[in-house]
Ligand binder design. Structure first.
Ligand SMILES: [Mg+2]
Length: 212
């Protein structure tokens, strides 16, 4: 029987697990960015998640999941910057607001999280699905119907997001710096969308690794 909820403590562990994953993925994410930009995306993500891991380790042990997300968001923005700093920062702070007062993350709250992420990123980046941004992956994950089982819900969202992120390789860039590159972006998935998938898969894998 799988766990049906993630507690705030388990969520902090899941963020630490994601930080490990971003350290491992740094060069792959930089290579994706180098194809269409300045090649620093993997470094930015690693720095941001290292900072999140450190900040959450210092957080009051009684902090709720809303505070965990708020802290992750402000920490990521402070540690990084640029468009990706705003996207991932707002993604987490929007989730913190949407889950205010919740003590645990179950399947329904997990989808609420993804919907808050989608709304937060759409607003911050003035992007729409199909613009070839992280929003494409977030939108696909947020459209998943919550299942009874939390792990199954997280895995379904990660799989949907991964499919959408892979699909960004076939889209032209409509907003941001890479919009000047025209069809040179084709064949390369969007780095931000790919990083969102790294995060979502890490959250699911962290739960699975608990073996509960
Ligand atoms: Mg870059």
């Amino acid at each position: 029987m799988s766990a049906t909820v993630l507690t705030a403590t388990q969520l902090r562990d899941a963020f630490a697990y994601a930080a490990t994953r971003f350290r491992a993925e740094e060069s792959r994410l930089c290579a994706l960015d180098a194809a269409i930009g300045d090649g620093d995306h993997g470094i930015t993500m690693r720095l941001g998640f290292d900072a999140i891991e450190a900040a959450l380790a210092e957080l009051d042990p009684t902090a709720g999941i809303d505070v965990v997300f708020q802290t992750a968001g402000t920490t990521f923005m402070d540690a990084t910057g640029g468009a990706i700093g705003i996207i991932f920062g707002r993604m987490f702070t929007a989730t913190g607001r949407a889950l205010r007062g919740q003590i645990a993350l179950g399947p329904a709250e997990f989808i609420t999280m993804l919907q808050a992420m989608e709304a937060g990123v759409a607003k911050a980046g003035k992007a729409q699905p199909g613009d070839r941004t992280a929003l494409d992956a977030i939108h696909a994950g947020a459209a998943v119907v919550p299942q009874t089982d939390l792990l199954a819900t997280m895995q379904a969202a990660a799989t949907a997001a991964e499919r959408a992120a892979a699909g960004t390789a076939h889209l032209l860039c409509k907003i941001g710096r890479a919009s000047k590159l025209g069809d040179r972006v084709l064949g390369h998935p969007d780095p931000g969308a790919t990083s969102f998938c790294v995060l979502l898969r890490a959250l699911a894998d962290s739960l699975e690794a608990r073996g509960s």
